[in-house]
Design a protein around this ligand. Structure first.
Ligand SMILES: [Fe+2]
Ligand SMILES: [Fe+2]
Length: 182
């Protein structure tokens, strides 16, 4: 097994292959977009006077900031040089309260697909450090993010009033976060 000149040259500079690194930089933008989307949902509920759902979506938004932080820390650690990517403006129509919960599930499904694509690219590039890191952080996190999103969509679809639903959603979310030690 001979280490190629290209490998030496690349890894003296940074320890993530350029293609995988670019996808991680793109993911910084996606996570920050998710933050802005959930902040938009928080605003929708603030205006409706459903302040527990406002709080729920602010907390979900803060989680997105954390996901973005994991990636930038990793890029810095691996000596990847980058500039912050553009984040598209949030451009969604919100039909009603329930619609935010459906949009949240779909956004998390999309996020999982994006992360799987980074894992796949890292695997193709034999970047095993990044494969392991992704699985320990973002892949693991998506299992939880999709689970809670589906769970609260089911609550949102219950045939009862929103004051009851928001009580249940916020307290269940906070109990889950405490159990996770967050
Ligand atoms: Fe996220
Ligand atoms: Fe989470």
């Amino acid at each position: 097994m001979k280490v190629t000149k290209k490998t030496f040259e690349e890894r003296r500079v940074q320890s993530i292959n350029p293609k995988t690194a670019q996808l991680l930089i793109d993911q910084v933008s996606h996570e920050l977009y998710n933050h802005n989307l959930y902040r938009t949902f928080a605003n929708y509920f603030a205006v409706k006077g459903l302040h527990k759902l406002e709080e729920y979506y602010i907390s979900r938004a803060n989680e997105e900031l954390t996901h973005h932080q994991w990636i930038v820390d990793r890029l810095n650690y691996a000596d990847v040089s980058y500039k912050y990517p553009e984040i598209p403006a949030v451009n969604v129509d919100i039909e009603d309260e329930e619609d935010t919960f459906l949009q949240t599930v779909d956004k998390e499904i999309e996020t999982t697909a994006l992360i799987y694509n980074i894992v796949e690219t890292a695997e193709k590039e034999k970047d095993w450090e990044t494969v392991k890191w992704l699985q320990d952080t973002l892949v693991d996190e998506q299992t939880e993010e999709e689970h809670i999103s589906r769970k609260f969509l089911k609550i949102a679809r219950q045939d009862t009033d929103w004051v009851t639903k928001e009580d249940y959603i916020l307290s269940e979310y906070q109990a889950g976060e405490e159990a996770d030690g967050q």
